[in-house]
Design a binder for this molecule. Structure first.
Ligand code: ADP
Length: 449
């Protein structure tokens, strides 16, 4: 604590000057003595000021000069402020060192980019993973990682998920990159080597693809024989006929399963964006609705198509047909006989939506986040009974992902469900036969006939 000496200091100064003046009066030279005293005092002030300026000019790094009186108080203040600052800097330095040491120890790579995207700092793992050298500091990261998927990922400020890319420094290795944007647009990148995981995934995909292929031939033979025998089932005893009927049903289930597994493996392997063919949505939905009516047959569902947009879609017709059919067949399978099912095409500025609405059994909200997992079934017994494989929604999710879209599910148990395929606006096209004059093209639907 620094003692405030201003009051006694000024009192003493005044007393000293009065003393000098009195002595001056005593020797008959009051003004001269007062002048000498004030000049001495001023000289001392200037001397202390120059010590302070010199100390400041030297960077104020050493301890401030020592002095008495008011100047002593000023220097003491500066000294204690300097010690407080040093302590603070030491504390922050320790924090930075601890953060740096712990990030250095991380097995994952950490990279800091400034708001221009230039490399600012990285840990040892990042240097090893991407072969970064000290001279790379200040380089733009997008000049080092040129993969288009990464460039797109990098530009997307809303991005939440990570991306898997080929490692530009080691072509036979893969990396998982996640990104956080903070402050004034600086980026923090976490990178992890996923080569082993990618290899395991490929092994899994290969295994499922090979196993499904291998199962396909024996199944076709079995099914063929069973169908031939069932052609003569009238001549067979009833228990044998029932057994054969059940075998036929189970063989059909296995065939569905193998086919779905093959489709899923193909979709899994294809990382490319889906093809962009023009699809007339009304034709597609009407044709799927016809198939669904055939599937429903005596169950008599009322299947309707509602078109609230005249846009066409850009995509892979067979993939989209498969996705929508899966949703419509589920609607038929999980809705009571005679209930309504609607296929609805609509749009918003964000994109196009194909919704499949049913008044069926609905789904408890806790199951919804897991519905698109492979083999996830809300009620396994019910699903198998209806010939379900538990793979349909996984296929739908993959197909929509290929089209940069997503599946939304809304459902109320006992009331029904709405499954919506959301497709991005960039995949919408004005109808093929729309007049191309600028004022009539965009909103043809709302003009009077
Ligand atoms: P599955 O072949 O078993 O139908 P899916 O992946 O298509 O497999 O669907 C997963 C599960 O989601 C189904 O088992 C079913 O419980 C539930 N589900 C799907 N669609 C509907 C629907 N329209 N109404 C109620 N439940 C549904």
């Amino acid at each position: 604590m620094i003692r405030d000496i201003r009051r006694p200091y000024f009192r003493n100064l005044l007393l000293a000057l009065t003393g000098v003046f009195a002595f001056g009066v005593y020797i008959g030279q009051p003004i001269l003595l007062l002048l000498i005293a004030v000049s001495g005092y001023l000289a001392w002030q200037l001397f202390q000021q120059s010590r302070l300026i010199k100390w400041l000019e030297q960077g104020a790094k050493s301890e401030p000069p020592d002095s008495k009186g008011l100047w002593g108080m000023v220097f003491d203040h500066l000294y204690s402020e300097q010690r407080r600052r040093k302590k603070q800097v030491r504390h922050y330095q320790n924090v930075i060192n601890r953060v740096q040491n712990s990030t250095e120890a991380l097995r994952d790579g950490v990279i800091l980019l400034d708001h221009h995207g230039a490399l600012q700092w990285w840990n040892q793992s990042a240097a090893d993973l991407l072969k970064l050298q000290p001279r790379d500091e200040g380089q733009l990261l997008i000049n080092l990682v040129r993969e288009p998927a990464f460039q797109k990922f990098y530009q997307n400020r809303e991005v939440r998920e990570s991306i898997r890319i080929d490692n530009p420094a080691f072509p036979d290795r893969t990396l998982d990159v996640s990104m956080t944007i903070y402050g004034k647009g600086e980026r923090l990148l976490l990178i992890r080597d996923t080569t082993r995981m990618t290899q395991l995934e490929h092994m899994r995909q290969d295994f499922v693809a090979n196993a499904s292929h291998e199962l396909k031939t024996p199944l076709t033979v079995l099914k063929g024989y069973l169908e031939s025998i069932l052609d003569f089932s009238d001549d067979l005893p009833a228990p044998l006929r029932r057994a054969l009927g059940s075998m036929n049903g189970q063989t059909q289930r296995m065939e569905n399963l193998v086919n779905d597994l093959l489709v899923l493996t193909r979709l899994d392997v294809e990382v490319r964006e889906s093809v962009r063919q023009r699809i007339e949505v009304s034709t597609l939905l009407n044709s799927i609705a016809d198939d669904a009516r055939a599937l429903s047959s005596e169950r008599n569902h009322h299947i309707s198509v509602r078109l609230d947009s005249d846009k066409d879609l850009q995509g892979d017709p067979s993939e989209l047909r498969s996705a929508i059919s899966n949703l419509v067949y589920n609607a038929v399978n999980y809705s009571p006989d005679g209930s309504d099912i609607e296929l609805h095409w609509h749009e918003s500025p964000q994109g196009g939506y194909i919704s499949i609405r049913d008044n069926g059994i609905g789904i408890d909200p806790r199951h919804i986040p897991r519905l698109t997992e492979r083999f996830y079934r809300v009620d396994p017994g019910r699903s198998s009974e209806r010939g379900g494989t538990g793979l349909g929604l996984a296929i739908v999710k993959h197909i929509l992902h290929h089209h940069q879209g997503r599946l939304d599910v809304a459902s109320v148990p006992g009331r029904g469900s709405v499954f919506t395929c959301c497709l991005p606006a960039e995949r919408l096209l004005p109808p093929a036969n729309a007049p191309v004059t600028p004022d009539s093209a965009p909103d043809r639907r709302h003009k009077p006939a």
